[in-house]
Write a protein that binds this ligand. Structure first.
Ligand code: 3PY
Ligand code: MG
Length: 252
């Protein structure tokens, strides 16, 4: 088995996914067979529980997308439990230094390359007879660059062995720069910071990515060379479609 997300990112190709924030395996199921490369179960900013997360992974896999998760923080316990539950890659928040990135990779790899602890978890049972070796080489390790400190350290962070790519969090980046989202966009320092991350990633042969909120932005970012692109979320899609449909009702 290979991991299509890791392969595409290493091969310089774009891959597009979305975010799951509704804590619903049924919503995951309805998203999973649309053609997304991957879906991220957001454990950082949704109240999803571990068992629901696991059922979302099952639904995602059944639909043919790659199940990923965003862990709440760059910490051993979150990383190990989420991987054991079956995530085939992680988006890890607030990776601000080379040491932070080294810790991420170490928690995602077994000894002697890292410090991940082994169990005969469900993922080890179904995925591959040699899950240990498979995981070390094929998990999608995506570190979040979402502070101005991390932007400045982008090359040092991204060049850590085992890091597959980075994902920019535009909101937290703006917060760390002391600006609002109204002060972001073309021609701003915020935009320059993101393009600096893209350049650093290209220089060291890693993928860069970003959370986008429109299809137009995803297309534009692919054109710029970004690869790991998130488009909105299940919750955002639901709200947008529901509001548009309600607004279209003619009550006359
Ligand atoms: C941010 O914008 O900070 C994010 O984490 C988006 O996923
Ligand atoms: Mg963030």
């Amino acid at each position: 088995a290979t991991n299509p997300v890791t392969e595409k990112l290493r091969g310089g190709q774009p891959c597009v996914g979305s975010w799951l924030t509704l804590c619903s395996p049924v919503a995951a199921e309805s998203m999973a067979n649309m053609g997304w490369d991957w879906l991220v179960v957001d454990v950082q900013h949704s109240p999803v529980g571990f068992e629901t997360m696991l059922n979302c992974f099952r639904a995602i896999q059944l639909g043919g997308a790659v199940p990923l998760a965003r862990v709440p923080w760059n910490e051993t316990i979150w990383i190990q439990r989420t991987l054991d539950a079956g995530a085939l890659g992680l988006v890890v928040p607030m990776v601000n230094s080379r040491a932070d990135a080294e810790a991420t990779v170490s928690n995602m790899r077994y000894a002697t390359r890292g410090q991940r602890s082994y169990t005969t978890s469900r993922v080890a049972a179904y995925l591959d007879a040699d899950y240990r070796t498979w995981a070390d080489d094929n998990l999608a390790v995506i570190v979040m660059i979402e502070t101005i400190q991390a932007v400045e350290q982008a090359e040092a962070i991204l060049s850590v062995d085992g890091v597959v790519g980075c994902f920019i969090g535009p909101n937290d980046l703006a917060l760390s720069m002391g600006i609002t989202m109204k002060e972001t966009g073309p021609g701003t320092e915020h935009e320059a910071a993101m393009l600096h991350v893209l350049e650093a990633a290209k220089k060291v042969g890693r993928a860069a990515g970003k959370h986008c909120f429109t299809a137009g932005e995803v297309s534009m970012r692919i054109g710029q060379g970004f690869q790991f692109l998130a488009l909105a979320s299940d919750g955002a899609f639901l709200a947008k479609a529901a509001q548009a449909e309600l607004n279209a009702v003619d009550f006359a």
